[in-house]
Design a protein around this ligand. Structure first.
Ligand code: CA
Ligand code: CA
Ligand code: CA
Ligand code: CA
Length: 299
């Protein structure tokens, strides 16, 4: 069974602030700013308790592995379900660094459950992803969901979502004669995100401050983004190759390369010095191993 059928890969402009950062100044001023390490330890305990006391409908997925109409459903381990395998035995952990106000690094555990890994590509953290999702609090309250998929530009979503979805793979699709698409073999999973990788002290509609979040999601497809339109995909502007394109700033002007249309700050737009001979390879006029667009003394 193939899901979903869609008329177009519509880019839905999201009015929702849910997955982007927003900060209500008046509200933020009235919220106590907690110590990052202390809050992390509290969230960690809360999440572990949740994972120990809940399970998902893994038996449905095991019984019908190719049924893409199945939805992930989480419930409490109690009564007739007491003997189910708890989530804590099925999740994996990704450690993510968070800086506190003093610049100290506090490692946060992001828990993720892979229900179906998917057979396509893994997104980088700066790609656009086409997803179906449901976001909930640990008490089960759903604060946002999209049954029909939407495009999410990953740099605009909370770090826990961005880091977690890159553990899934995209699927395949085929176009029908009527212009609709069928998706299959796509990744499905659940992210369990401590507040330090979500909104932390910044309450959002339906999300109190310091809330750990749960996202169930399906990753249908993805595409590379070029945020500054300079001809270099954002994922390829990770110059130091550490997997994080947000920390590369070749000209040191405070704007990361992925958002900087003149990466080397030489006054020539990257687009205009990237590949002058149009052979598909960035030019390097002085042959010093640094391509012209990153080399302020050559163009
Ligand atoms: Ca770019
Ligand atoms: Ca980097
Ligand atoms: Ca820069
Ligand atoms: Ca330049």
């Amino acid at each position: 069974m193939l899901q979903p059928k869609l008329t177009r890969f519509t880019f839905v402009f999201l009015f929702l602030l849910i997955l982007g950062y927003s900060c209500n100044k008046d509200q933020a001023e009235s919220v106590e700013i907690r110590d990052v390490q202390t809050q992390f330890l509290e969230d960690e305990q809360t999440l572990l308790t949740y994972l120990e006391t809940h399970f998902y409908n893994y038996e449905d997925f095991e019984a019908d592995p190719s049924n893409y109409t199945l939805r992930i459903s989480i419930d409490t381990l109690s009564g007739e379900n007491s003997n189910k395998t708890p989530l804590v035995d099925q999740v994996a952990i990704k450690s993510v660094e968070v800086n506190n106000a003093d610049g100290d690094v506090i490692n946060h555990d992001l828990y993720y459950l892979i229900v179906r890994e998917g057979k396509g590509e893994r997104p980088s953290e700066v790609d656009s992803t086409y997803v179906r999702y449901k976001g909930a609090l640990l008490d089960g309250t759903v604060f946002d969901q999209q049954e029909l998929p939407v495009w999410f530009d990953l740099p605009q979503v909370v770090p826990g979502f961005r880091k977690g979805i890159s553990e899934l793979r995209s699927g395949s699709f085929s176009e029908n004669p009527d212009g609709t698409f069928d998706f299959y073999d796509y990744g499905q999973g659940v992210l369990f995100i401590p507040s330090g990788l979500a909104y932390y002290a910044n309450a959002q509609p339906g999300i109190p401050e310091y809330s750990p979040l749960i996202f169930s999601l399906s990753l249908f497809t993805l595409k590379a983004s070029d945020h500054d339109g300079d001809g270099v995909f954002s994922k390829d502007e990770d110059i130091d190759g550490d997997g994080n394109p947000f920390n590369d700033d070749t000209d040191g002007d405070g704007t990361a390369d992925m958002y900087d249309a003149d990466d080397d700050g030489d006054g020539v737009l990257t687009r205009d010095e990237l590949d002058l001979d149009e052979n598909g390879i960035p030019g390097d006029s002085d042959s010093d191993g640094i391509p012209n667009y990153l080399d302020s003394d050559s163009a």
